[in-house]
Design a protein around this ligand. Structure first.
Ligand SMILES: CC(C)(COP(=O)(O)OP(=O)(O)OC[C@H]1O[C@@H](n2cnc3c(N)ncnc32)[C@H](O)[C@@H]1OP(=O)(O)O)[C@@H](O)C(=O)NCCC(=O)NCCS
Length: 304
């Protein structure tokens, strides 16, 4: 049987969703839930310039997309319809993905597989990918939130981003200083070889522009100094290294959960690769769900 890989057009988007639905029938958004779907393979940005479709004897059987995340770091989606697996379609798509990434100057390429999908991990390992991170999902219904008791950390105050913006003229630089410090220990699946991971003004501004609900973004402060943040929608949870291990992430995330319930949400799934954050989720009554394995191929190990 012949396999042909072609560039996708906008009209192929629904086709890609159909293939994704066949591969992951349980990945369905629910209106009152904030969910996370590991290795979903439909994460390419809307303006992704490289989307591909593979056809087996003329029938669409798989798709892929590759895009630049930042600097020379690239990421890709790749999914083959379950009925067409094992006949070289994934390999044909990956060959084109890799060529596009290399021609674009990629230094690294990131792929993601579900931890319970052994064949996906083997596919990536065989092509030189090395595991760098495990992102584990944690889920929680919000109905019984009042049953948790949060240890008091009353020495610290908690405000929303809206309140911080009104009350503190230097909220922007204070928040940037906190986030820059909190980069320490923040898991990165594709860290810079220098080991440095810094948050620049551009990334910070992009983060801020993604905050759609400043009333659901919580900031912890110690006598006016920002020491932690938590939001279910943007950024996640982070605490200044000097204040870790004192229950601040637990307190801030609890505020975020209470606000989510107030807003009508009933179920939350959030991912993390940070061991302390896993402990926070478990303290707050989440249970562990599925895990995504993130793998990196370095360009000097790639063979075309
Ligand atoms: C994850 C983070 C937010 C936790 O903040 P924190 O204020 O220290 O969290 P808390 O004090 O509320 O709770 C931390 C829990 O993790 C536990 N913990 C700390 N280090 C741990 C480790 N290496 N392995 C397992 N558990 C650990 C602590 O013992 C504590 O649990 P306990 O209260 O049962 O003893 C903080 O480490 C951080 O900002 N990291 C960088 C940003 C990041 O990675 N955020 C997660 C993004 S999803």
């Amino acid at each position: 049987m012949t396999c042909e890989v072609r560039t996708a057009s906008d009209t192929d988007d629904s086709l890609m969703r159909q293939i994704q639905r066949a591969a992951y029938p349980d990945y369905v958004q629910e209106p009152a839930s904030l969910l996370w779907f590991p290795a979903g393979q439909l994460d390419a940005p809307a303006n992704c310039p490289h989307k591909l479709v593979a056809c087996q004897s003329g029938v669409p059987a798989g798709y892929a997309a590759v895009w630049r995340v930042k600097e020379e770091k690239y990421r890709f989606d790749l999914l083959v319809h379950p009925e067409y697996r094992g006949s070289g379609i994934g390999s044909a798509l990956f060959e084109v993905v890799l060529r596009i990434a290399m021609d674009s100057g990629a230094r690294t390429l990131q792929g993601r597989a579900r931890a319970d999908d052994e064949r996906a991990s083997i596919f990536l390992h065989r092509r030189g990918f090395v595991e760098t991170q495990r992102m584990t999902g944690f889920e929680r219904e919000l109905a019984d939130l009042d049953s948790i008791s949060i240890p008091s950390v009353s020495k610290f105050s908690v405000v929303t981003l809206s309140e911080a913006q009104t009350r503190n003229p230097s909220w922007r630089s204070d928040l940037l200083a906190l986030l820059a410090a909190a980069q320490d220990g923040w898991p990165d699946p594709d860290p810079d070889p220098s080991g440095l991971s810094q948050i620049g003004m551009r990334v910070f501004e992009r983060l801020l522009s993604n905050v759609e609900e400043p009333d659901a973004f919580f900031v912890g402060a110690d006598q006016g100094t920002y020491i932690g943040v938590s939001s279910l929608h943007t950024l996640g949870t982070a605490v200044h290294p000097a204040y870790r291990g004192r229950g601040i992430a637990t307190l801030l995330h609890y505020h975020a959960l209470r606000k989510a319930r107030l807003d009508g949400l009933v179920r939350i799934v959030r991912p993390t690769a940070n061991r302390a954050m896993r402990a926070v989720f478990l303290k707050l009554g989440y249970r562990q769900s599925l895990t995504e394995v993130r793998m990196i191929l370095r360009s000097d190990r790639a063979s075309l």
